[in-house]
Design a protein around this ligand. Structure first.
Ligand code: NAD
Ligand code: ZN
Ligand code: ZN
Length: 361
């Protein structure tokens, strides 16, 4: 029987989000219904609400979630009712040209549920990133469910489903930060701070946090930054060079995603160093630079989707490190809120007052 539960939807551009009743179908072949325990509020939810992703309103928001499998459809054997799972938005297909080349982190044909969740009048909902987890329950593809140790706090584990994985993976997977490396991170929100945590985990010895907000720099230090640069007071490039013997950092991560921060990342790295772009630019942004600088400085210029993660490989491992006390993921949960408070959380996020607000269900 299809179930009626509560969900947070965005009906149109700029209108505040609404808590309303939604209908979740029984899982079909390859599908799973998950009872959501916790879901973080990510910048991308706000971008959906503002129409910055596409126009397929109404959206069912929320995509950084953990919960318990309630029921599974035909042919699902990877998870069972009762399993504790983190949801992911890149369930790889195993069949596309990227997967076949052994690079599933670039999969071009990721899976989502086939059936649609709806409003009670039958209007189809578009779930954010194919998840839609600001809801008591949601319908996803089985490949979007990754089992992790149920001892983990769902509010913490769920964050691996987006921002924390994106930042941590930008350092560890995309940037391939190694022991003794120097790393600079521009923009220390949830994603940038996760990159700092990743750099520390990988053994970087110099970790420079750059932000315009002193409070963010304070949190960055608590999470492992060895130096800070207040971008309102100092030139980020000169400051990073000054902290790395005049050379620049081995890996610079742009967790803002603007032409000016990307240029800073480019010039603040050592010769043959690596730039990782994990912040998401908007379609109007342009870059103009001497081509010779790209050539003569060498190195690697990379972008990072979802931290180049493989959920089945990375989520359980990171949850285990967190449970062992080796990964301070609980520090990303600044506040716990109710489903009614998502709109308010967008304002808190905008004001820079949180790393993450997490909805508890
Ligand atoms: N690539 C991916 O897969 C992926 C996944 C999730 C999020 N993201 C993106 O990562 C970016 C960061 O997300 P977030 O949740 O951390 O956002 P956030 O708003 O919490 O953090 C951004 C930080 O950048 C700082 N900042 C802004 N302009 C700056 C500047 N010029 N110099 C220095 N610091 C500056 C802000 O003060 C803030 O602390 C966003 O663009 C988001 O869309 C990417
Ligand atoms: Zn694929
Ligand atoms: Zn997100």
């Amino acid at each position: 029987m299809p179930q009626q539960v509560r969900g947070v939807i965005a009906r149109s551009k700029q209108a505040p989000v609404e808590l309303t009743d939604i209908v979740v179908p029984d899982p079909g072949p390859g599908e799973v219904v998950v009872a959501i325990a916790a879901c973080g509020v990510c910048h991308t939810d706000l971008t959906y609400r503002e129409g910055g992703i596409n126009d397929e309103f109404p959206f069912l928001l929320g995509h950084e979630a953990a919960g318990t499998v309630e029921s599974v459809g035909e042919g699902v054997d990877s998870v069972r009712p009762g399993d504790f799972v983190v949801l992911n938005w890149r369930a790889v297909c195993g069949q596309c040209r990227a997967c076949k080349r052994g690079r599933p982190q670039y999969c071009f044909d990721t899976f989502n549920a086939n059936q649609k969740m709806t409003l009670t009048d039958g209007t189809e909902l578009t779930p954010a990133l194919g998840i839609g987890a600001f809801a008591d329950k949601t319908l996803v593809h089985a490949g979007q469910c990754t089992k992790v140790d149920p001892a983990a706090d769902p509010a913490v584990a769920g964050l691996l489903g987006c921002g924390v994985m994106a930042g941590l993976g930008a350092a560890v997977n995309t940037g391939a930060v190694g022991r003794g490396d120097s790393v600079a991170v521009i923009g220390c929100g949830g994603v940038g701070d996760a990159a700092i945590v990743g750099a520390r985990l990988a053994g970087a010895s110099t970790i420079i946090a750059v932000d315009r907000d002193a409070r963010k720099l304070g949190w960055a230090v608590e999470l492992g930054a060895t130096h800070t640069v207040d971008a309102t007071e100092a030139d980020a490039v000169e400051a990073i060079q000054g902290l790395t013997g005049g050379f620049g950092a081995d890996v610079v991560i742009d967790a803002v995603g603007r032409p000016e921060t990307w240029k800073q990342a480019f010039y603040a790295r050592d010769l043959a160093g690596t730039v990782v772009l994990v912040g998401v630019p908007t379609p109007d942004m342009r870059l103009e630079m001497p081509l010779l600088d790209f050539f003569s400085r060498g190195g690697a210029l990379k972008s990072s989707w979802y931290g180049d993660c493989l959920p089945e490989r990375d989520f359980p491992m990171l949850v285990d490190l967190y449970l062992q006390g080796r990964l301070p993921l609980e520090r990303f949960v600044t506040e716990r809120i109710a489903l009614e408070d998502v709109e308010k959380a967008f304002h808190t996020m905008h004001a820079g007052e949180v790393l993450r607000s997490v909805v508890i269900l």
